[in-house]
Design a protein around this ligand. Structure first.
Ligand code: ADP
Ligand code: GLC
Length: 489
């Protein structure tokens, strides 16, 4: 089977969140199942700098916003990928500083509609082997709004591969204007409620949902949630009507990158066979990295950690609001890592300044520090209001750091609450609360801290999480079954 995997980011070349992790791991897992993969990515400046050598496979003229672009397709071999990487080189659209989607000031790049529509056009051209490379995919798998036009462009081909579209987060719809639609020279008949028109503009995410043969999202619970008004961002009706082709497949985690037994980012390795003293050494190293003058003084107290994009989705405000009371009522310490909205960044800095002995903060993006936090914290905070899958709770389970989560999406599918019954039957691996409020979070954290004081119960929780299999093989098998399935329209 030949698979063209089209994504706007992939670890370790470029990553802003979980999509980057998935676009690395899933192709790898599929390659291990003998799928012949090409991973197509945009040639951002930082990404091109990470490639050692590239080969030019060809040039194409592609329609942009009232102009055309000459696009080069590059092929690269990279030590982390056992299959060819295909990179779209178009300096006018991608050779710039900053984040793939945002300007350094935090606003969307003004030409995102053009950038990602040209990228999608290239995917379509490659699917029909326009460069005559002798390679035509059986399946094209696209991800999130940035590649939502891929299934639509493929619709224009007389002979086309199977189109799979994965929603990683419905909150990002890729919404653009009618003027953009016209400027991009998209076929007029796509402008309808049955096409990609959406409340007077158009949505690239909707295009993906409408035109794909199969739509997946990244957990079974989120697949159900997005068909309801509370989680549907206006697309719940559309998704209900496409329920016949909607599937929830839980993400996995990359266990050779995230494994406490041989993680190079840790101060000391450990495993479920021997959690201590490794975990405690990592706790000391983490506190030191976060600027604590006396890490040893804190080791006896529970350390509550968080690594997160600082956006409303993640319930960061719930954590920020719960901290003052928790500091008064318990002996907990906090280690918080994140970047995102300036408001949340500022609130975290203020907390650290106000409670320098109890709250340790790093504002920024630091992959190594994220690993150390998973290992060094005692509890992991993930009170997301919605969470399509969530990888951090699985990392924390694997690192013996029981997560505290709101019951939603992939969090509901992976974290089993430490009720007496679940503790008795050995399934409990963390703590779950059922209302997305500061009080519910606080109450659950107080409950968790009581258990933390009982080493036997705590170790049982840690062991359950650490021994679970979150590897990608299971998910890859489900995707493969979907690729092979003849979808009924
Ligand atoms: P999302 O994709 O919605 O951000 P996930 O839990 O699926 O949520 O994935 C988040 C990924 O991004 C994880 O690999 C996590 O470690 C990483 N991450 C998020 N924020 C930071 C940060 N400030 N520094 C380092 N890694 C981060
Ligand atoms: C999105 C979601 C997150 C998911 C990730 C990878 O960023 O917010 O829940 O884990 O994609 O699928």
């Amino acid at each position: 089977m030949k698979l063209l995997f089209v994504a706007s980011e992939a670890y370790p070349l470029v990553k802003t969140g979980g999509l980057g992790d998935v676009a690395y791991s899933l192709p790898l897992a599929l390659h291990e199942e003998n799928v012949d993969v090409r991973l197509l990515l945009p040639g951002y400046r930082t990404l091109l700098h990470k490639l050692e050598s590239v080969r030019i496979l060809g040039w194409l003229e592609l329609q942009g916003m009232n102009r055309t672009h000459t696009v080069r397709l590059l092929e690269s071999e990279h030590a982390d990928f056992p299959f060819p990487l295909w990179i779209m080189d178009c300096p006018a659209l991608f050779d710039r500083p900053g984040n793939p989607y945002l300007q350094p000031e935090g606003y969307d790049w003004a030409d995102n509609a053009e950038r990602f529509s040209v990228f999608a056009r290239l995917a379509m051209e490659l699917a029909r082997d326009a460069l005559q490379l002798g390679w035509t995919p059986d399946v094209v798998h696209a991800h999130d709004w940035q590649t939502g036009l891929v299934p639509a462009f493929l619709d224009t081909l007389p002979q086309r591969p199977k189109r799979v579209f994965t929603i990683h987060n419905l909150a990002y719809g890729g919404h653009f204007s009618h003027a953009d639609f016209v400027g991009l020279h998209l076929p007029g008949y796509w402008w309808s409620a049955e096409g990609m028109e959406f409340y007077g503009g158009f949505s690239m995410l909707k295009a993906g949902i409408v035109y794909a043969d199969a739509v997946t999202t990244v957990s079974p619970t989120y697949a159900k949630e997005i068909c309801t008004p509370s989680f549907g961002y206006g697309m719940d009706g559309l998704l209900q009507s496409r329920n016949y082709k909607l599937h929830g497949i839980l993400n996995g985690i990359e266990t050779h990158v995230w494994n406490p037994a041989n993680d190079p980012n840790l101060a000391a390795p450990y495993s479920h066979q021997q959690i201590e003293p490794g975990k405690r050494l990592n706790k000391a190293a983490l506190l030191q990295r976060l600027g604590s003058a006396n890490p040893q003084d804190h080791l006896a107290y529970p350390l509550l950690g968080m690594v997160s994009r600082l956006v409303e989705q993640k319930g960061v405000d719930l954590v920020i609001n719960a901290i003052p009371d928790l500091l008064r009522q318990t002996d907990a310490r906090f280690a918080l890592i994140g970047a995102g909205h300036g408001y949340f960044e500022q609130r975290l800095r203020e907390l650290a300044a106000h409670y320098p002995e109890r709250v340790f903060v790093f504002v920024g993006y630091d992959e190594q520090l994220a690993h150390l936090l998973e290992a060094g914290a005692d509890l992991f905070l993930m009170p997301s209001r919605f969470e399509p899958c969530g990888l951090n709770q699985m990392y924390s389970l694997h690192y013996g750091t029981p997560p505290v989560v709101f019951h939603t999406g992939g969090l509901a599918d992976t974290v089993v609450d430490a009720t007496q019954a679940n503790l008795d039957n050995g399934t409990a691996n963390g703590f779950v609360f059922y209302e997305p409020t500061t009080n519910a979070l606080k109450g659950t954290l107080l409950r968790a801290l009581e258990y933390f004081a009982h080493p036997t119960i705590w170790q049982a929780l840690q062991m359950t999480g650490m021994q679970q299999d979150f590897g990608w093989k299971n998910s890859a098998t489900q995707y493969l079954a979907l690729y092979n399935k003849g979808e009924t329209q």
